[in-house]
Write a protein that binds this ligand. Sequence first.
Ligand SMILES: CC(C)(COP(=O)(O)OP(=O)(O)OC[C@H]1O[C@@H](n2cnc3c(N)ncnc32)[C@H](O)[C@@H]1OP(=O)(O)O)[C@@H](O)C(=O)NCCC(=O)NCCS
Length: 164
Amino acid sequence: MIDIRPATVDDVPALAALRWEFRAGRATATEDRSAFLARCAEWMRTALIGDWRAWVAVDGDRAGGVRGESDAIVGHVWLCAIGKIPNPSGQRERQAYISNFYVRPTARGGLGRRLLQQAIDWADANGVEYALLTPTPRSRGLYGRHGFHVSEDWLIRPVRGKGL
Ligand SMILES: CC(C)(COP(=O)(O)OP(=O)(O)OC[C@H]1O[C@@H](n2cnc3c(N)ncnc32)[C@H](O)[C@@H]1OP(=O)(O)O)[C@@H](O)C(=O)NCCC(=O)NCCS
């Protein structure tokens, strides 16, 4: 059985490994795997005690009761709460950026929907006005079924300064 729960810093090594699996599977990595895992884990530890939160899907058959065991975490979704400047007119005062949404190929088929719903439920309960994300062509249907649509309210501008 696969359960979904909030991620903790104990999960970070597994989450960094899953990030590598997700992103290095899409484009050729220019960074060495172990260097990336160390850098990503450091970032995730800081993020999870800051404005980010994540939910993980844990395969009970693989978990053996050991939290953070990398094989047991088969999917995740991340959300960053972005504060708005306070308004005196009763508006919700956060946006939520949803990212790093990934389910291992062998666990796909209903799990993505369950993970995404966790992020949406958190946003609903925590003063979020809009949840934002960038879809892939393949994932648009899933997002559409969860109420995401193309907005006319936002303008975006790519920023390409020098360096990272
Ligand atoms: C997106 C993803 C997390 C969904 O998990 P899932 O368990 O497959 O999702 P569900 O079974 O609950 O929902 C099925 C929907 O997911 C989307 N989906 C399915 N496979 C997908 C894939 N390989 N890539 C992107 N989206 C996919 C489709 O919208 C699908 O609906 P459809 O069958 O009507 O087209 C998972 O497929 C995945 O990790 N894909 C690769 C990473 C990715 O594309 N992440 C999203 C980037 S915006």
